[in-house]
Design a binder for this molecule. Structure first.
Ligand code: GDG
Length: 461
């Protein structure tokens, strides 16, 4: 059987917990198959004469981790700059937050070339290479230029925006052209595939030449939606751990006469956290029966803290939560509990299960795994209600959640109220359908269907 080689910006020990959807899902996939995981170590070294760190390898169970350090200059232009200050905001429809600095692209290309150069000697002839996410869009083109013939697939964890938004990136043509060096491109949702098709036809003057097959720039590539899932069984095992059960018991005891509403997100502007908190304030204002009762627990794990937009959102959220607690809090009840730390992964299922409502209301999200984890953690006999943004990729699958438009504060507050009042029978019926969907298209299904499609696509090429 061919070996799986995963390449992503960051590499994590798959046996350890991680905050971040990619690390969770990729770690779970590699745990199953074994193989090689290649990427940046997370360490930045001072700019030296060579400007690049050495390759380090170590074994984590069945998985070999191969990592590189980055120089300060490469880190700032490739990671902080082009990846997180251009591609991340643009792909989440936030042109207002993008900084198109001319210097970024050089670092982005340089690191993709560096990755290709260091990865190539590690490859075996029949390896299957699976490249992840927006940091590494041109990696296959760089590998091919160095003679790599292996099958290479690419999965984009974030959304692909409409053609007109992509066109705001000065190098959009180069980026989209480089996608055609892959054998297969995977997106999270049908809508992303539609955006890709629209770009190919209208901007690249290419065409759809068969089932999931696109031709442009003199090359052909397969492209389809592979909605990422979670490991439902592993999550259930996690839910049975002492820490998870203790968490559940503590929360249900402490909030026995109250209704918990839960948000768990990286503190990212795409996740719609301030909008969610404002909707919660409107719920308290418009439906006074929820005062002293409905309590919002918002876990916002720290992320990319040196990027300005992230410190801005942190300040906004702190002042918003403080104002709500000041306006509505009582000596024995605080409406919002805001925690700017990562909670232990083992506590997540217990926390989800103890919450009557799961609030997953991003302004834009490739998929959103928290929505699926919330569903998986519920007691089927007395499940909570998932309130889900229509702008999360997960909304294409989880149609039995209560879908909201997070930009509409009033509408979101109304849906929160509907969720709080939903009768047991309806909760059970909705949850059963949601759980069936989360189970059917789980992380193993995702890995298998992507890798099967990659095998097929490469043999047709
Ligand atoms: C990208 C895309 C796509 C979060 N906070 C804590 C914590 N987490 C865990 C969650 C979940 C994961 O991190 C977050 O996954 P998401 O899917 O919500 O989001 P992103 O990190 O933005 O991931 C996203 C994903 O890639 C996969 O393709 O779904 O759309 O943006 O597993 O539970 N875990 C712990 N403590 C926390 O405080 N332990």
């Amino acid at each position: 059987m061919s070996r799986l080689v995963v390449v992503s910006n960051r590499v994590a020990d798959p046996r350890k917990p991680a905050a971040g959807g990619l690390a969770v899902a990729v770690g779970e996939s590699l745990q199953q198959t074994g193989g090689l995981w290649f990427g940046w170590s997370g360490t930045v070294i001072p700019d030296g004469p060579t400007g690049e760190g050495e390759l380090r390898k170590h074994q984590a169970g069945k998985v070999t981790l191969a990592t590189l350090d980055l120089s300060r200059e490469d880190h700032d232009s490739y990671y902080m700059g082009y990846s997180n200050d251009v591609l991340w905001p643009v792909f989440h429809n936030r042109l207002d937050l993008a900084h198109f600095e001319a210097g970024f692209i050089g670092g982005y290309r340089r690191v993709n070339q560096l990755f290709a150069r260091k990865l190539l000697p590690l490859l075996k002839d029949d390896d299957v290479i699976w490249v992840h996410d927006y940091h590494l869009i041109p990696l296959a083109a760089e590998l091919r230029a160095m003679g790599c013939k292996q099958r290479i697939g690419f999965f984009l964890h974030i959304p692909l925006p409409p053609q007109i938004i992509i066109a705001a990136v000065p190098q959009h043509e180069w980026l989209m052209r480089s996608l055609f060096a892959y054998d297969l491109i995977g997106f999270q949702a049908r809508q992303d595939v539609e955006h890709f098709e629209h770009y190919v036809v209208n901007e690249a003057h290419g065409e759809c030449v068969g089932d999931h097959l696109y031709r442009a720039y003199g090359q052909t590539v397969s492209c389809n939606a592979f909605p990422i899932g979670i490991d439902v069984d592993e999550f259930a095992v996690l839910g049975q751990t002492k820490e998870s059960r203790d968490m559940y018991e503590t929360m249900t005891r402490e909030y026995s006469s109250r209704r918990l509403m839960l948000g768990i997100d990286r503190l990212d502007y795409s996740k719609g956290i301030p909008q969610r908190v404002r909707a919660f304030r409107e719920l308290l204002a418009n439906y006074p029966e929820n005062r002293r009762s409905a309590t919002l627990i918002q876990i916002a794990s720290p992320t990319r803290e040196t990027v300005d937009a992230y410190s801005d959102i942190r300040r906004e959220l702190e002042s918003l939560c403080g104002a709500i607690n000041g306006d509505y809090g009582e000596l024995d009840w605080m409406p919002v509990r805001y925690i700017h730390r990562m909670v232990a992964r083992r506590r997540v299922p217990g926390l989800c299960r103890a919450s009557s409502i799961g609030l997953v209301t991003p302004l834009r999200d490739g998929m959103n795994l928290v929505a699926k984890e919330y569903v998986a953690a519920q007691d089927p006999g007395n499940p909570g209600v998932l309130v889900l943004s229509r702008f999360a990729g997960a909304a294409e699958q989880l149609k039995d959640a209560l879908l909201v438009n997070p930009y509409d504060t009033h509408g979101t507050a109304e849906i929160m109220q509907q969720a709080l009042r939903m009768p047991l029978e309806e909760r059970r019926a909705r949850h059963a359908k949601l759980l069936a969907c989360v189970r059917e298209q789980d992380v193993h299904w995702w890995r298998r269907s992507f890798l099967d499609a990659l095998r097929e696509a490469a043999s047709e090429r």
